[in-house]
Design a protein around this ligand. Structure first.
Ligand code: HEC
Length: 148
């Protein structure tokens, strides 16, 4: 009895460990950074569309997350992470690292400029979305596999 519950505990512990390790894989880290960026843009989109009332704290938090995450993003592509964990990153990320990094910098600068100006109402958030959105699609167009 004692033995089998111990075996269960060991199995559970190693399960935890393997999922913790998967969380640290660069493919997973970068996908999570992008997911958070996506959620932030979504939160601003809801304001732009009038689904949510304008909220300066939400806008500031969203722009801050976008800035922080896009700064960390280009460092999550070490050699050996070209495949696996259903990555959508294209080989060109590793072939043209400088261009990739400068696309990330562009989004970073845009988010920083918007933070400094702080969109102050629904219309300004809509305009901010258009400026951000252009940099997302520029990079995805070249460096991310198209969704089927
Ligand atoms: C510097 C290039 C670059 C920029 C800029 C960029 N992305 Fe991405 N994005 C990628 C790449 C590459 C992937 C695929 C990552 C992978 O699967 O390993 C990705 C994946 C994603 C994903 C899917 C994450 C997942 O796996 O679930 C979302 C959502 C996303 N991006 C949203 C955005 C939004 C919104 C913006 C703009 C605010 C943006 N991205 C800007 C390169 C970029």
């Amino acid at each position: 009895m004692r033995l089998s519950s111990c075996a269960l505990a060991v199995a559970a512990a190693s399960l935890c460990l393997s999922s913790a390790l998967a969380q640290e894989e660069p493919q997973v880290v970068r996908q999570n950074l992008m997911k958070e960026i996506g959620r932030s843009v979504g939160a601003m989109g809801a304001i732009a569309k009038g689904e949510k009332p304008y909220d300066a704290a939400v806008v500031e938090q969203s722009l801050t997350t976008i800035s922080t995450n896009i700064q960390a993003f280009p460092d999550q592509f070490p050699p050996g992470s070209e495949e696996g964990h259903e990555t959508d990153a294209l080989p060109i990320v590793w072939e043209r690292p400088e261009e990739f990094r400068s696309q990330a910098d562009e989004l970073y600068s845009e988010a920083q400029a918007l933070l400094a100006a702080m969109p102050a109402d629904q219309a300004a958030v809509g305009e901010a979305m258009r400026r951000l959105g252009a940099t997302c699609s520029d990079c995805h167009e070249t460096f991310r596999a198209k969704k089927q």
